[in-house]
Ligand binder design. Structure first.
Ligand code: ATR
Length: 280
C-alpha cells in the first residue's frame, strides 16, 4: 500500500464554532501562492481543549489559530514567546523542532497595519489608547516596541489601566475616562481598543476636532468597517487605520509559520473580506 501524504493544514480552534474570516484569508493566500494546504474551523469545547492542543499533529494539523474562549489556556499549554506572555493570551500555535510554541500576532497586526496606512506614524511622541483589556496590551506593547515615549491609557475602570502601567513601566500613564478630552490636543495617535462603536454596543463620544491636525486615528473595531470614530476622523482630514487592516495583517505570521511563505495583504484580499463582512 502506498502511503498517502496529506498536504499541511492549520485550523482555527474556538467554541462555539464562530463565523470567522480566517478561512477566507488563508485559502486566498494558499491559492495565490500555489500551495497545496488547508485551513479548517475546529469547534472544540473547553473540556476537550487540552487534549486537542497537546495532540494537534495527531489531529492532522501543523499549527493553529486559537480564539475565544481558549486563548489563555493556549498560553499555559504551549511554550509562549515574549509577545504572547506580554498580552497574556496566545492566538497562533506552531511546531518548532517538535515543540508546540505560541505567539500573539495582534501586536504585529496592529503596527504593520499602521505602517501600511500611515507611514511614519511612529515618530509620534505621545499616544492615547482607549481601553485596558487584552487588545490594549497588544497595542501598548507595539507602541513601546516602536519607540513611542508616552502612552496614555484611558479606561473606564482605572485599575485596569494602572495594571498596564505596572506591567509595561513608566512609559504608560494610566488616566481616567474623564481626562480624555484634555489629552486629545496632545495625542498625535489615538487608538480605540474598547468595544465602543461596535454594532450593538454603545457609542464612543469624543470630540475629534480637539485632536492635532496631523493626528492618526486607529480603531480595532471592524464591524462596522467604518466606525463613527473613523468616519469623524476622516471628515476632519485625519489619517486612519481600521480594524479590518489589523485583522488581515495579524494573519500573516501564522501562514508563514505553517506554510513557509510570507503572504501579502493585497487590496484584492481586503476586497474579498470586506464583501464577506457586508454579507453578514
Ligand atoms: P479585549 O480583550 O477585546 O480588550 P476586554 O478585556 O473585555 O476585551 O476589554 C474591553 C475593553 O472595553 C475594556 O477596556 C472595557 O473597559 P472596562 O475595563 O472598564 O470594562 C472597555 N469597555 C467596554 N464597554 C465599555 C463602555 N461602555 N464604556 C467604556 N469602556 C468600555
Amino acid at each position: 500500500m502506498t502511503e498517502v501524504t496529506r498536504p499541511p493544514a492549520a485550523c482555527l480552534i474556538g467554541w462555539p464554532a464562530a463565523h470567522s474570516r480566517s478561512p477566507l484569508i488563508h485559502h486566498y493566500w494558499l491559492r495565490m501562492l500555489g500551495i497545496e494546504g488547508g485551513y479548517n474551523i475546529e469547534a472544540v469545547p473547553p473540556e476537550g481543549f487540552a487534549e486537542f492542543v497537546l495532540h494537534l499533529s495527531t489531529h492532522g494539523f501543523v499549527g493553529a489559530n486559537v480564539t475565544i474562549p481558549h486563548k489563555e489556556r493556549a498560553l499555559a499549554l504551549t511554550r509562549p514567546d515574549e509577545r504572547a506572555r506580554a498580552v497574556g493570551a496566545a492566538n497562533t500555535l506552531w511546531y518548532e523542532n517538535g515543540e508546540l510554541r505560541s505567539t500573539n500576532t495582534d501586536i504585529e497586526g496592529f503596527v504593520h497595519n499602521l505602517d501600511a496606512c500611515a507611514p511614519g506614524w511612529d515618530s509620534v511622541e505621545e499616544a492615547l489608547v482607549l481601553g485596558a483589556g487584552g487588545a490594549s496590551r497588544a497595542v501598548v506593547f507595539g507602541l513601546i516596541e516602536r519607540g513611542v515615549r508616552r502612552v496614555h491609557v484611558a479606561n473606564r475602570t482605572i485599575d485596569r489601566a494602572r495594571a498596564l502601567a505596572d506591567q509595561f513601566g513608566a512609559q504608560v500613564h494610566p488616566v481616567s475616562w474623564d481626562e480624555i478630552a484634555d489629552l486629545l490636543p496632545r495625542a498625535k495617535l489615538l487608538v480605540n481598543t474598547t468595544s465602543l462603536g461596535m454594532h450593538g454596543q454603545g457609542a464612543l463620544e469624543l470630540d475629534i476636532g480637539r485632536l492635532p491636525p496631523q493626528a492618526v486615528v486607529a480603531d480595532l473595531v471592524y464591524v462596522p468597517l467604518q466606525t463613527p470614530l473613523l468616519a469623524a476622523a476622516r471628515a476632519h482630514g485625519l489619517q486612519t487605520a481600521d480594524g479590518l487592516g489589523m485583522l488581515l495583517h495579524q494573519a500573516v505570521r501564522g501562514f508563514e509559520l505553517w506554510f513557509g511563505r510570507r503572504p501579502q495583504v493585497t487590496p484584492e484580499l481586503r476586497a474579498l473580506v470586506e464583501a464577506d463582512l457586508t454579507n453578514v
